[in-house]
Design a protein around this ligand. Structure first.
Ligand code: NDP
Length: 521
């Protein structure tokens, strides 16, 4: 479904160019950070190795910033903020269109770069990551121009209204699972609404965002409006969040890190937009359409090796359809082609780095130890060409208790728990009995029943007979420990602006406060 909706944005790709030589070029490439309109090296000149998770070889070297670089970037963003805010919105939108076009022109370089740094297969990076980044810039360019305030009928002798103000300097901190598009989905709305930005991508996959730094210069965006720094979250990320001159932080990542960021920000009453972890569910009822649910469950659970914020990782299946569903789901997941992400036929590549694979394996081992049956996978691939990579085969584990660790915790890997339920209500109770509340889907041909169920489910996004359908036009975000923010859609404009309230008195002979209070006019 996502792929269908992105067909228009799809970029032409010549797979032949994605060979070993292209990857070597990344290694020889001098990636730079962006501060105050200048592409430069960090003050202390550090670099970090970027590892290709398919073979654990160094694929590139990226700048490693420190607090000194954050200070310079904050200063630049602060200096630029009033001029940028006062730029005509159409001009700001024009820069977004320019960035979309530049990305389109460079797609054939960005696609393998994205694949090499975090293992998303070419089929995904060419059909989703890069087209989606283009789509986000174009959508936000149009959307930003529709920003309005309110007029309020508070008093006949007054004119009361609100104007949308940008937050000011915003810190944008992003994860590795869709490196470019998660960065763009923050940068685009922040810029078009008049904020200046400091963007920090994840340390294991910063390359395409560092390329974006070059495109910002090429597009002619004024100095200081966009600053891009790569470097460790514990130092660079925390320095951005801790700076008194950063007026708002928008963060996507793990819930634990999100809490740490909120903790630091709370001492300054700094707002934090947070898109955090999830433990997303599918409730599959007896009257679900079997083929449709099997296809969607297979795709959405294992797409990008299950490293999607919206991937379902716990499936509650009603007893009447359970055996049939399990048989078909296991069979379909068993046919997923796992392999070198640079091979265009590969459906699922490695996890983003060895640590992610180790976490997945810990959960699988603990489930086995506790008596759960592994219905598929549970191990690394045996093919010799994958032995050095961070691979885990598509894995399905049968749960006997919703409290089991793998049914409660985010694993962020191709590991799915499946559990039999008796009734729809039992499914609802299980979905809600979890600290996360990002998304869930209900599978039933009875829409009335499904809609009523959605009323009772505590998530930010709920689908009926669909899962993982995320496009720029629709809001995305969670509840509970998944964060309370909305990205995409018209709602994202609220994240990067606030209403400045203005009250004008038009009474030629205004009464004084005492006259009104004491009625002595
Ligand atoms: P992390 O939380 O580990 O990292 C996200 C970003 O935060 C990185 O840039 C990281 O830098 C930075 N960071 C780390 N520590 C700090 C800190 N103390 N202060 C400030 N910044 C810090 O997430 P992952 O990159 O591992 O991404 C996976 C997670 O993201 C999953 O939990 C997933 O659910 C979530 N996610 C949620 C989405 C949603 O829409 N709800 C969408 C996509 C992902 P560094 O890389 O240097 O550590």
């Amino acid at each position: 479904m996502i792929a269908n909706q992105l067909k228009n944005a799809k970029v032409p790709v010549d797979y032949e160019i994605f060979n070993e030589r292209t990857i070597m070029d990344f290694l020889n490439y001098d990636f730079k950070i962006l501060i105050d309109g200048r592409l430069c090296k960090p003050v202390k000149g550090g670099t970090m190795n970027i590892i290709n998770p398919a073979n654990n070889k160094v694929v590139a070297k990226a700048p490693k910033c420190t607090i000194e670089d954050v200070e310079k970037a904050v200063e630049a963003a602060k200096k630029a903020k009033f001029a940028w805010k006062n730029t005509y919105v159409g001009e700001r939108a024009g820069y977004l269109f320019k960035l979309a076009n530049i990305i389109r022109e460079h797609a054939e370089e960005l696609i393998p770069m994205e694949t090499a740094q975090y293992g998303g297969p070419l089929s995904k990076t060419s059909n989703f990551d890069i087209p989606a980044a283009i789509g986000e810039f174009e959508f936000m360019a149009g959307l930003g121009r529709s920003l309005t305030g309110m007029t309020i009928s508070a008093d006949p002798m007054s004119r009361v209204m609100t104007f949308r103000e940008p937050c000011g300097v915003v810190g944008l901190i992003t994860p590795w699972n869709f490196p470019l598009v998660t960065a763009v989905s923050k940068l685009a709305p922040a810029l078009v609404t008049g904020n200046t930005c400091i963007l920090k991508p994840a340390s294991c996959a910063p390359l395409t965002v560092l390329k974006l730094a070059e495109y910002v210069v090429e597009a002619g965006i004024p100095d200081g409006v966009v600053n891009i720094l790569s470097g460790p979250g514990s130092e660079v990320g925390e320095a951005i969040v801790s700076s008194r001159d950063v007026n708002k932080v928008s963060f996507t990542g793990d819930s634990h890190i999100g809490k740490r960021i909120m903790e630091i920000a709370s001492s300054m009453v700094k707002p934090v937009a947070s898109e955090l972890g999830g433990k997303n569910a599918m409730i599959i009822l007896d009257d679900a359409e079997l083929d449709a649910v099997v296809e969607t469950a297979t795709y959405s659970a294992f797409f990008n090796s299950g490293q999607n914020c919206g991937s379902p990782s716990r499936l509650y299946v009603q007893e009447g359809i359970y055996d049939k569903f399990v048989e078909h789901f296991v069979s379909a997941a068993g046919k997923i082609i796992v392999g070198d992400p640079m091979d265009p036929k590969t459906m699922m590549g490695p996890l983003a780095y060895n640590g992610c694979r180790d976490t997945a394996e810990r959960f699988i081992e603990s489930a086995k130890k506790n008596g759960s049956k592994v219905l598929l996978g549970g191990e690394r691939p045996t093919a010799p060409e994958m032995k050095d990579g961070a691979f885990v085969m598509p894995t399905i584990i049968e749960a006997y208790d919703n409290k089991q660790e793998f049914m409660q915790e985010e694993i962020f890997a191709p590991v799915v728990g499946i559990m039999k339920i008796k009734t729809a209500q039992e499914g609802i109770d299980f979905v809600n009995d979890c600290r996360y509340g990002l998304c869930a889907s209900i599978w039933s041909t009875d829409f009335r029943k499904a809609l009523k169920m959605i009323d009772k489910i505590e998530v930010g996004t709920a689908w009926i007979n669909q899962h993982l359908n995320i496009v720029p036009e629709t809001p995305w975000g969670g509840t509970k420990e998944s964060g309370w923010t909305k990205e995409n859609s018209v709602l994202v404009l609220d994240e990067y602006t606030y209403h400045k309230h203005i009250w004008m008195n038009i009474d030629e002979k205004p009464h004084t406060f005492w006259e009104k209070m004491l009625d002595i006019s």
